[in-house]
Each structure stands twice: as C-alpha cells, then as structure tokens.
Design a protein around this ligand. Structure first.
Ligand code: FEO
Ligand code: CA
Ligand code: CA
Length: 620
C-alpha cells in the first residue's frame, strides 16, 4: 500500500486533471441553442482507455430478473426486510396484511431509504434507516380499499425511521433485537421544532398553540450524519399525506409545495384530522424539514431544524470546513426546484459534542445560481443568501421575518434568482473534502415549462436520463459564495441515440448505461457509488438498461462500472458501510415481484449486505 497522505495528494492532482480534461472534452458541446448537442469524438476515445486504480471488480450486465445480482467474487445477503421484528416482544412478520399498528410499531418500517451506521465497537453498531412511505397493496389485506382509523394508525407506524443495533456474528452482521438503542420513530412520535421558524404563527395548530411541538415525521427520504454522532432524516414528499374532502382555499405557497385540497391517496385526512386541510391548514408547515435524531438515546426527542429551510428535502451532506464551520449541502427534489447550502454560525469543536449539539440551529442558508457559458458544460456559480432583509427578501416582496423565509424557502429562492434544477436528489462530498457531487435525476419539464430553460448544469430538454453535477468551492472554502462546476456524467442511451447529449457523456457506453441517478455516496477510498430510481421498462429510450441498479464511479478517471442490479420494480436507494468498508448496506425499495423470498411470496423492501468473498473492501 502506498502512504495514504501521498495517495491523497495524488488523488487531488488526478481529480484536478480530470476536471480540466472533462472541461476540455465537453467544451465543444453547443449549449443553449436547443436539445441536440454534439459530443467531441475525442472524448469517446479517451473513455475507451479509462483504467481505474480504485475499482478492480468485473462489471456486470443489466438484468430484468427478480433478484439482486453482484459481481463475481461478491455476495449479497439480507439484513432485514419490511416487517421484521426489531424488539424481543415484536411479532414475526405475517404476509397476510392483517397485523395491526402495534405490531408494525415494533417491526422494521416499510420502504427502506437513506441510512447511516454509527459504530459502537468492531462487532457492534447502530443502524438508523428511513422508512419513506408505505405500499397499501402490501400493507393491508384489503390493499387500502376499506380503510379504517386503525389502518391509518398502522400506516403511520410503517413510516418514519427504524433504529436498530447490528452485531457481527460468525463474520456476518445481523440485527440485535435486544439492542439498547433500538427504536421506531413514526408519524406520531413527539418532536420539537427548533431554529428561526420555531413558534411562528404559521406553525401553530389547534393541538399545538406553541408552534413547537410536532407529532411525527414521514416521507423520510435520504439522510445525513453529523460529526457529533447524530442522524439527519430529510422530509421529502410530505404533501402527499395531507388532503381534504372539502373545498379548502389554499395559498400559492401551499400550491408550490404540492398541498392540494383533494383526498390524499393515503386517506389519513379521513381518519386523523391533523391531516385534514379543512381542519388544520397549518399542519403541512410543520413538515418538509431536516430532523436531527440522537441514535444513541431512544428516549431523546427528535429536533426539526428549521434553519435548514423547508422544502422537499432529499439528503443532507455535511462537511467540516477547514475553518471549523459546518457546511450542509441540501437538494430539493422537484422539477425546477433548487440546490441549497447551509453554513453554521458556530464552529465545530472536536471532542466537545455538548457544544456542537445545536450547531444546526443558527447559520445562513444559501441557494445556488449556476452561471451558464455558451458552448460549455462547466462554469462558475454563486451561492445567494436567504436572509430576511437581504437580496429582496423584504416586506415589499412578501417576507416578514426570517421564519417566513425558512418556511417558504422555495419562494425565497425564486426571489433571489436561484437556478431551476433537474430535480436535485442526493449530494455527496468526496473524501478529499473539495469536490461535491449532486445527482439531477431527470426532468421532463426542462425546456417545456417557463423558467426551466435548457442550459448550464441542465443541458437537455425533456431530460429523462439525468446527470451528475460536480462543483468545487472557490479556494476550497465551502463557506465561499463562489464555486466552479462541471458535469461528472450525463446519463443517456448510446444504443438508441447517437451524436447528441441523449447518448450520454464520454464516460457512458453501451455496457454501463443507466438512467435517473439518485442515491450517491463515497466510500473512504473515494469510489462514488451511484444508485438509480428510473425507468426500468427496458424499452424505447430505456432499451438495454434493465432494472434499477447501482454503479461505481471513479472520480479520477471518470470510469463508471455497473456493480449491482436490483429485482423487478424496485429502486435501489440508501447505502452505508461498516467501519472497515468490508460490508456495504444497500436498500432495495418497493420491489414488485416476489423479492426477497421468491416463490409466491409478497415483495418486501429489504436491506442487503454486500461482502467480498475474499474479505476485502467493497469495490477494491
Ligand atoms: Fe425520495 Fe427524491 O427521492
Ligand atoms: Ca431519492
Ligand atoms: Ca428518485
């Protein structure tokens, strides 16, 4: 092994070289004129000669089978599936759909998503996992067609977060139902609102006149973890859980967040008035936040951190800036919404977690504006401050306080002139702490809807493949208002398209193509893991792309190799590693065949563990 510091420096050099080469390679593309952009043929030649120093596995082909497939020399085993008991007194899963809310509240929630591991010892760790939403067709024997109040309670217990200790037994991780940290957090768990919007009139309800005590979290998409050992869960499509049978007059802000006065598909509004917009029009303002959870203490109160803004949060990627400020990058996953950054007012104090605990309550939220150079898929960018009284966030423009700027962060972002993006999903920060990546999963509205012009980091009209944007802050200072960006990859289908950007960037070929990058994360060696949540029809524009999958990218060479293919109907979402990098935990969400048990069994969202048969680090 080379000296790790030396290796790190080489890495940075290679990345810098790669950045400039990519800029050159992509530089001849004509941006802005329309949908069809020519790729430099030189790029293809370079792509063909890529040779990764960090990936040594053999790429696998696409798959349409109802199974998890990993490269030769690797194994995939189930850690847990929806409904598995996480407490000693929990009933085992019964597929008949008749288990009640009390049972579900003691079992692993549905639709596994973002997750983090908090190591306790070499052979023990805490796993915190989001349970994004729930599938009524599998949750209930009646498939949601005859809902009752008890059924709604069960659905509310199927979402939120599962915290469970895992232990290594005979070389393999298993859940420990007796773990002291084990906990379910659901749509009814008591939480506290903190930060600038806490106690604001817009957060008050009949049940909570303080505007600070909220019940529950739901649509917990992806996640983050802090250097002080807490878990961040991000509330995404919270709007889908609200509704009304009555004709309620809603605001333009409600519309911007997708709040609609019509029956919700989950039908909670019919049985729990908290979700009925006619009775509780401000309840939706209490959702759409990042929630901080202490995974070590199952009695701790989760905290909704309003300083990070309210939108459809995907994940939260944290970095300790060289000067000690914590910087959090945040995506808002909706067509034409934005990319954000939060900088704490205070500084991180290593070893003093009491002082770090509330760092996310005070600071400045920014939103990204990407400069677009004609003919280039790279450029500069700027972070625009979202502070009351600045940048037009004033009474004249409809903002009366910092609380309102946070509650209606989307409107504030528009006011300051943020760039509309192709659905920002996960953000991941390279271990070098200098390069930040964000998946822009797809956007059928690009070039179609006013305000969503083609160009810059969103270079294709009717973008159904997605891309990954990458930026580096000016002077490698994450608190800087300026950054430089390029596109790490443009997903596409070179088997269907030729000579334009729909064929993808130079590092995409017939053997590694995919669509809709979503979950991303780095391992310690700097491999970029890319998960997809896209069109798995395997037809038309998606011919040859198979089921949703996971790929591995080398940020230095740009090479991308397919590492895993998922079962029928699923998306692959959520990834974390054991401390030694030898087990990778991967989420398989909403499969629709018979995965994981096969036969005639009901499909169940599942966390799988990938190990290398020779005991090495995953991907090495
Ligand atoms: Fe829950 Fe944007 O994915
Ligand atoms: Ca996602
Ligand atoms: Ca997605």
């Amino acid at each position: 092994m080379t000296n790790s510091i030396e290796k790190e420096t080489d890495f940075n050099k290679m990345i810098d070289a790669r950045l400039s080469r990519r800029n050159f390679l992509l530089g001849s593309a004509a941006v802005g004129a329309g949908a069809f952009l020519a790729l430099n043929p030189l790029a293809k030649a370079v792509a063909g000669s890529m040779n990764s120093a960090v990936m040594s596995f053999t790429a696998i082909p696409t798959s349409t089978s109802d199974a998890i497939i990993v490269p030769k020399g690797y194994s995939a085993n189930t850690l847990m599936s929806w409904g598995d008991p996480i407490f000693p007194n929990a009933p085992v899963f019964n597929a008949d759909g008749k288990q009640d809310a009390a049972a579900q509240a003691l079992q692993f929630g549905d639709n596994t998503d973002g997750m983090s591991i908090f190591p306790i010892a070499n052979d023990r760790a805490i796993l915190a996992v989001n349970n994004e939403y729930t599938n009524y067709e599998y949750l209930f024997a009646h498939e949601g067609k005859k809902m009752t109040a008890d059924d709604v309670k069960k659905a509310q217990a199927a979402v939120g977060i599962t915290i469970v200790e895992i232990v290594k037994k005979e070389g393999q991780w298993v859940t420990d139902q007796n773990g002291k940290a084990n906990r379910r957090i659901t749509a009814n768990t008591e939480m506290l609102v903190t930060g600038p919007a806490a106690g604001h009139d817009l957060l008050k309800t009949k049940a909570d006149p303080t505007g600070t005590k909220v019940l529950g979290t739901f649509n917990n998409c992806a996640n983050g973890e802090t250097p002080w050992g807490t878990y961040l869960t991000c509330e995404e499509n919270f709007n889908t859980f609200f509704g009304s049978e009555e004709n309620v007059e809603l605001t333009a802000d409600d519309a911007r967040y997708g709040i609609k006065a019509k029956p919700s598909k989950y039908q909670w509004n019919n049985f729990d008035e908290r979700f009925d917009l006619a009775k509780n029009p401000t309840e939706p303002n209490r959702h759409g936040w990042v929630v901080e959870i202490d995974p070590n203490d199952p009695t701790s109160t989760p905290l909704k951190r309003t300083a990070l803004g309210r939108f459809k949060h995907e994940n939260a990627a944290l970095v300790i800036n060289d000067d000690g400020h914590i910087v959090v990058y945040l995506g808002d996953d909706e067509r034409g919404e934005h990319l954000y950054k939060f900088v704490t007012k205070g500084k991180y104090q290593e070893g003093n977690n009491a002082a770090n605990r509330n760092l996310l309550d005070e600071g400045t939220l920014y939103v990204a504006k990407f400069a677009m150079k004609a003919d280039k898929l790279e450029g500069d960018g700027q972070w625009l401050e979202l502070t009351y009284g600045k940048n037009g966030l004033t009474k004249e423009n409809g903002f009366n306080s910092q609380a309102e700027v946070m509650i209606f962060a989307r409107r504030a972002a528009t006011q300051v002139g943020a760039t509309t993006m192709d659905r920002p999903e996960w953000v991941a920060i390279h271990p070098d702490k200098k390069h930040v990546f964000c998946t822009l999963t797809n956007n059928k509205n690009r070039g179609v809807i006013e305000g969503q012009n083609v160009g810059g980091p969103n270079p294709r009209a009717k973008n159904h493949y997605g891309q990954i944007v990458r930026w580096t802050p000016t002077n490698q200072d994450h608190t800087s208002d300026a950054f430089q960006w390029d596109l790490y990859l443009i997903a596409g289908n070179p088997a269907v398209h030729e000579g334009d950007l729909y064929a993808g960037s130079a590092n995409i070929n017939k053997d590694n193509m995919f669509n809709s990058p979503d979950g991303i994360g780095f391992d310690k060696a700097g491999r970029l893991w890319i998960q997809t949540d896209g069109n798995f029809s395997n037809q038309g524009d998606f011919a040859g792309q198979g089921n949703n999958q996971m790929l591995c990218g080398d940020p230095t060479t740009g090479e991308v190799r397919r590492f895993l293919t998922g079962p029928i109907g699923c998306e692959i979402t959520g990834l974390t590693f054991s401390e030694d990098q030898k087990t990778m935990f991967v989420g398989v969400q909403h499969p629709t065949g018979n995965y994981p048990q096969g036969g005639n069994n009901k499909p169940r969202s599942t966390i799988v563990m990938i190990t290398k048969d020779d005991g090495g680090a995953i991907g090495s």
